[in-house]
Design a binder for this molecule. Structure first.
Ligand code: BYC
Length: 322
């Protein structure tokens, strides 16, 4: 039975109290430290979903590598997609420090039982989508991950510090594409506006359900895995992004977006949570296509795994014989 579905053992209350005192004191929890099984389980869930998101997240942008408009754009897009593969592998490594096997986790992605970020189930229809993904999707990821860099689990926090550095570069690269299109021909501006119209609301959904409908937040805040709620981070993202949209001279597709001088926040309209629920239930525009692409890549890569295993076996035989 995979580790993540086994029944939870009962934790010793004294150990739980000592653990929670460490969390309250702001200490970092490291792989060999004692931790409640539920903490381990929550981190495994969150980190594996995050790793899967990076790997599936390569697909929408990978779709445009062959059609990038110049050599410079192609090189930077290839580098971005490679970075995402690196982030995925890095976070799978982090997840293994919790005592799980990445192949079990990966199989949960392939058999459709694991979640990954809703945003990657939307199609990339035009070159402007590459700019908008960098600007909005990586922008949202940075807001979420900068806070996760202070999470209580040491390996995850350290992974986030490193990953955020690269995400910042991705965001600048995306914003620069948007700026070029915004200063371009009317057709380029229209392409940019259309991409923003399609990606704005799904980017807000990346932060997860509203706090009143988020079953995991309270426990994750208690253990300082999360340091801010979904709604707090969503609001922060909106506040940061509206001035950037104004700078580009494009319209965000929300007639209710208004600056509130009292709260110093940008108030926004109602998110279509039924769309979000459909996407995370596997019924978004590209869910099936994304999983099929990952399954095909897994099958086509079988010979690499077999060759690596055979090579490792041969080396260990040679070492034993020496
Ligand atoms: N999509 O209780 P809640 C990237 C699920 S990759 C799908 O609020 P939690 C990038 C949630 O898992 C971005 N599912 O959960 C890569 C839970 O379901 P389960 C990925 C979602 O954990 C390439 C249920 O809804 N980033 O940055 O407290 C290119 C209830 O939610 C989503 C991370 O993974 C969603 N959007 O909070 C560019 C960061 N939202 O598991 C960029 C780490 C919620 O109970 N993760 N669900 O069945 C987190 O920060 C948190 O897990 C979340 C959700 C804020 C995502």
């Amino acid at each position: 039975m995979p580790e993540t579905t086994r029944p939870l053992p009962t934790d010793d209350p004294t150990q739980v109290a000592a653990f929670e005192a460490r969390i309250a004191a702001g200490e970092s929890i490291e792989p060999k430290d004692w931790m409640p099984e539920r903490y381990r389980r929550q981190l495994t869930r969150m980190m594996s979903q995050h790793a899967h998101s990076e790997i599936v997240g390569m697909l929408p942008e990978g779709n445009w590598i062959t059609r990038a408009p110049s050599l410079r754009r192609k090189l930077s897009l290839i580098a971005k997609v490679q970075d995402e593969a690196g982030h995925g592998l890095y976070i799978y490594c982090g997840t293994e420090t919790l005592g799980v096997d990445r192949f079990d986790l990966y199989n949960q992605l392939l058999d459709g039982t694991a979640k990954y970020s809703s945003i990657f189930n939307y199609p990339t229809l035009a070159w402007a989508d590459m700019g908008v993904i960098g600007w909005l999707v990586d922008g949202a990821a940075i807001v979420n991950q900068t806070i996760l860099a202070k999470t209580s689990y040491g390996p995850y926090a350290r992974a986030m510090v490193r990953i955020c550095k690269e995400e910042n570069f991705h965001k600048r690269q995306g914003y620069e594409i948007c700026m070029t299109l915004a200063k371009g021909t009317p057709a380029q501006r229209e392409m940019l506006q259309d991409a923003v119209n399609r990606f704005w609301w799904p980017s807000l959904m990346m932060f997860g359900p509203s706090d009143t409908h988020s079953p995991n937040t309270a426990e994750l805040l208690k253990w300082r895995v999360k340091r801010k709620t979904n709604d707090e981070l969503r609001q922060r993202f909106i506040n940061l992004t509206v001035p950037q949209a104004q700078e580009l001279g494009i319209t965000l597709p929300d007639p209710d977006l208004r600056y509130n001088a009292e709260t110093k926040n940008w108030d926004f309209g109602t998110i279509d949570w039924s769309e979000f629920q459909e996407v995370i239930a596997g019924n978004g525009p590209c869910n099936r296509e994304r999983l099929e692409a990952r399954r095909a890549a897994h099958d086509e890569g079988r010979w690499v795994r077999d060759a690596a295993a055979a090579h490792a076996a041969k080396r260990s035989q040679a070492t034993a014989a020496a």
